[in-house]
Ligand binder design. Sequence first.
Ligand code: PMP
Length: 441
Amino acid sequence: MTDRPPSHLFYQGRTRKPVLDQARGVYMWDVDGKRYLDGSSGAMVCNIGHSNPHVLAAMREQMERATFGYRLHFETEASEKLAAMTAARTPEGLNRVFFVSGGSEAVESAMKLARQWAVATGQGQRWKVISRTPSYHGCTLGALAITGYAPLTAPFDPMMRPMPKIPAPRAYLDGLDPADPLTGLHYADMLEDCLLQEGPETVLAFIVEPVGGASTGALVPPAGYMERVREICDEHGILMIADEVMTGVGRTGRFLATEHWGVTPDLIVMSKGYAAGYVPLGAMVAHERLVDPVLDEGGFQHGFTYAGNPLACAAGVAVLEEVDRQGLCANARAMGAVLKARLDGLMARYPIIGDVRGKGLLLAFEFVSDPQTLTPLPRELKAHDRFVQIAYDNGLIVYSRRTRGGVEGDHVLVCPPLIVTEAHIDEITELLDLSLAQFMA
Ligand code: PMP
């Protein structure tokens, strides 16, 4: 790596990273000319790959016209078009779109719209948002209060109002069959128990990542879970919020992951793949029956300055056009099946891999010291950090966390852009194979 002066930047730690020079398609290059295959799409963001010419052209065209118009002063063709395209891709009735600049902002927006809806409809006693452990819903204090991941939340506990949490399903660790609908009912019952304990009349909403992201390592809910959770919400008059920040816009092989189970949430939040890394952009999409009473009662008391700016929306339109033009939901299904089979092949050869799971191109494997008992590797090994670094040195970017299904362990997410071909997957597999061999040595 080239010698560099000390940095004024700080993020989570002090480690210096290579300096990015260029990125195209599924590849990225640093200023030393080293090439990386983006096997995690950034943080599951760059779904349509880097430097897509259609998106760049749309952004240039919008920049020539206007980059910023404050949303309370102007609508733009781009914001109107993106809202209409979004509503057309979400279930019937979910046709009110509120733009934001990221996932945490989208989650905050959903929580606050839900609360204002409750107040506007005479249900002011409802304020609790039930979420799951583990989960990740964002880093702002509202979204953090419903995030079930203690290492991130603990320092801030005194600053947040406690919110109820239930365990997220983790059938494989609990020795249950994820294909058995009774397993889904078993975990969904935990929502009902929690509601009854809290007093259902005090509960506003239940928020769920349809397929777990970095918090769980791509855990897919067991059969019947999502459907039963929807029923329980209806039975108690509470709203269901689908956090599709990571899963949305084709990542799991459908535009929305909730489509896999035919479940219609009341509110959906999207961000990462929605703008695919071109601009900061996200959306909260709400059912019209929630929005109308709030607007009738004086309006939604919430909004972010940069939200829905013309440049962001123009990029968002072009991203959705590319998702359609290239058939990326179908490609995520097809290539997801190929990549899953390759990861299964690696698991058969490396006993240190204890589970491979996920949907579409949201896939993960986890490390164990014993595949029979699923005992995790010791924390001191720092397996997730070490493996990511080895892969990085070999020119493959993957994403990892020290958690698996909410208990001790390490998982690695392998989530390349949805434009991947079989040749890219061969390359990812070879690099993973090489990295695993070095990791074991
Ligand atoms: N929800 C989920 C499911 C996420 O994965 C993330 C980001 N990892 C967020 C919310 C927060 O998004 P952002 O980082 O854009 O604020």
